[in-house]
Design a protein around this ligand. Sequence first.
Ligand code: FAD
Length: 320
Amino acid sequence: MEERIRIAGLGISGLYLYWRLKNDGFDVTGFDIKKEKFYIPCGYATNENIMQKYMSLINIDFEKYVFSRANQITFAGNKFDDRILDPSGLCTFDKNKLEEDGRNSIEISKINRNKGGLIIDATGISRSYLGKSPGDSQYFTLEYLTDSSDHRDFYFYFFEGGRGYFWSFPLGNRYHIGAGSLSKADLDTVRKYIPVRITSRNIRMSPQFSYIQNGNVIGVGEAIGTVSPITGEGIVPSLRSAEILYECIKKYGIEDAGNAYRHRIMDEFGYYYRLSRLVSNIQAGRILNLSNIAAIKYVKKTVNEFGIRLEILSFIRHFI
Ligand SMILES: Cc1cc2nc3c(=O)[nH]c(=O)nc-3n(C[C@H](O)[C@H](O)[C@H](O)COP(=O)(O)OP(=O)(O)OC[C@H]3O[C@@H](n4cnc5c(N)ncnc54)[C@H](O)[C@@H]3O)c2cc1C
């Protein structure tokens, strides 16, 4: 049996994992179906402080890719009344360029499923190698790249009933204006703007941690649902899952990494199930219940990790 590690999908999690393994001497190749110059559908918002740490581990200087840093973040809609929040690292960055640079010099090799070894499914929403998982929850998204916006700084507008939100994020002298929602009708909030580019794909909004391994295939990133059910943040959580998998492969070898990886993913991201339940409860109108109240501290955690200061007491009425 060939002992090679083959990574399917060279988005942020796949390329990160490739370099972590490669730089440690593992026999690893990568493959992606993406066409050259494909414009990645994503807000490109992240927490600069956390990104810097991950990127330095694969010798990428994150600072070079930063487009805009948040000064004042507005939360509107759903009783938020245009509340201004302080940033704690929220920025946008050139995700296309960073991923393109990160993919340069990766050893590319098409994946033959029958060859043995370990296949990493880092194919994001498609789970091309792991296969479909029951209970998967996906939202619709639509995003425009524009030359102008009604909002100069980072702006979030939350739709009624926990359906999702509209965003406007500055990218240097341009903007990403988008919406992600359970309801396709909410995507119309984006259509009044004039697009330079239009992108769209579904986003996985529920953890799928019971379905992260299938035979010799192990998943990372959005393929396994490392996307915050509250903020839709998937970049940093996907990197974190890739780092955990790297550490498990290094410690236990490719045959035995899966078990330890599953446990560590649950330790790190198990609270996503609570957040996912909170969102479902809000969508179903089950507002005042104990499980929602218990989940509120995790709302603060996930919003803070995105790089936004959120003091929960003053926001409690928005979540329950
Ligand atoms: C509209 C939108 C806005 C978003 N905004 C943000 C944001 O502002 N901040 C944030 O943190 N997160 C955001 N997210 C989520 C975030 O983009 C993803 O969760 C994150 O990039 C996931 O990384 P990944 O590497 O797991 O998957 P991806 O980045 O999706 O990469 C998957 C890769 O797999 C490749 N692939 C697919 N099928 C195959 C196959 N069969 N074989 C080989 N390769 C394949 C694809 O071409 C792609 O390169 C957003 C998502 C959407 C849809």
